[in-house]
Write a protein that binds this ligand. Structure first.
Ligand code: PEP
Length: 251
């Protein structure tokens, strides 16, 4: 099967609406659209409206959402509110799990609600440093997949993306080696093949992805894209990462 790459930028709590709009316009000018390449950015909620319809080359995602449709949930955003503003939604990012105490059950409820609303969830999974050092990486990641993706209906699998993000590699400048990442991606691919046979669910690697390590990471057999934090905040570095995907696609 021909390779496809999904290059995604998680902007976290950075960029105003104006800055986001300007960034998307500049980013779109920096690469040519090519079959097999999907580029997406995940701005803060407050910038989603300002980046609508700017350029079909840059897809838009939200960084989180709540699972209820509406109600007395001060400060939360529902799946319905994201319709028309976001195509994708990041769920279970380690910062949500660790800082805001989201459980696997919360993440699963969000994921099913996102699919129900026609949004494409990107489910983040990953182990802490102590978990890696004590040999629990695969157990943790497979447990997060098992819980996070429980109840996904057959027809919904093509809309699911998984992001493997070792927590010790996020924002630390210390990325997993391509071999370490591939080992976990291989296990995720085997798990997914059992749940959704024949459906090519994309699995992104995230954790200190930079222009100088993305070519090798993207070359791994079971890595179908990257989820980029810090290096996605700058057009030059993000487009250099996109360029690595284009190079591997032969463009
Ligand atoms: C992230 O926030 O998902 C991430 C991978 O961040 P960074 O690239 O900065 O490590």
């Amino acid at each position: 099967m021909a390779r496809e790459y999904f290059i995604a930028g998680n902007w976290k709590m950075f960029k105003t609406a104006d800055e986001s709009r300007q960034f998307v316009q500049e980013l779109a000018r920096s690469f040519a659209p090519v079959a097999g390449l999907t580029v997406a950015v995940f701005p803060p909620f407050t910038a989603l409206a300002s980046v609508q319809g700017l350029d079909p080359r840059v897809h838009i995602g939200a960084q989180n959402m709540f699972y209820e449709a509406q109600g007395a949930f001060t400060g939360e955003i529902s799946p319905r509110m994201l319709q028309g503003l976001a195509e994708y939604v990041l769920l279970g990012h380690s910062e949500r799990r660790e800082i805001f105490h989201e459980s696997d059950r919360d993440v699963n409820r969000k994921l099913l609600a996102a699919l129900g609303a026609g949004l494409k969830p990107v489910l983040c999974v990953g182990e802490t440093l102590p978990e890696r050092e004590s040999g629990q990486t695969l157990e943790k990641v497979l447990r997060q997949l098992e819980h996070g993706l429980a109840g996904v209906a057959g027809g919904d699998w093509p809309n699911v993306t998984v992001a493997y993000e070792p927590i010790w590699a996020i924002g630390t400048g210390r990325n997993a080696t391509p071999g370490q990442a591939q080992e976990v991606h291989g296990a995720i691919a085997r798990w997914l093949a059992g749940k959704a046979p024949g459906i090519p669910v994309k699995v992104l690697y995230g954790g200190s992805v930079k222009p100088d390590n993305s070519l090798e990471l993207l070359s791994q057999a079971d890595i179908s894209g990257v989820l980029v934090g810090g290096a996605s905040l700058n057009v030059e570095s993000f487009s250099a990462i996109i360029q690595c995907g284009l190079t591997l696609l032969g463009a």
